[in-house]
Design a protein around this ligand. Sequence first.
Ligand SMILES: [Zn+2]
Length: 158
Amino acid sequence: MRTSGWSVAKPELFDWLTYTDERGEQVAADAIGPRVTAEFERTHPGWQYDPLIPVTVVPGWNSFYALEGFEGIRCPRCGEVSENAMQLIGEWDETHRAPEAVCERCGLQAMLEDWHLRDAIAFAWVGVVADLPGCESALLQELQAALGGKWVHIHLHL
Ligand SMILES: [Zn+2]
């Protein structure tokens, strides 16, 4: 994140959304980097952004949850919220593998990680938690290209 300009080291910065590591210690945050500030200035000229917006890389198995923005897991084909998919959330967390869900509306069969999770929940061994309006898709594409695996954007709404 630092090398590619998304964040800069900022000792003693923590996200108030407290994340803890496997030893139960609070995970330290970086601050937004030059790429983020450049994007903010490009998309919101004159906007007074906070240079201490935390960027936290969260290690270990965690859930990333939309909180107040939770609408449910939507089918990637028909867009309907699926109860079948929702019932597999616990299994995903326990087994550390995204189970396959079948959409009751259109019959689509897909691994949960391939459903629309933006306004729902995802589980992952590593996550990046940050408020980066306008930068989400660029960051997502870069993480995907650099690290592989499956990356999704969860919109956490308070
Ligand atoms: Zn469907």
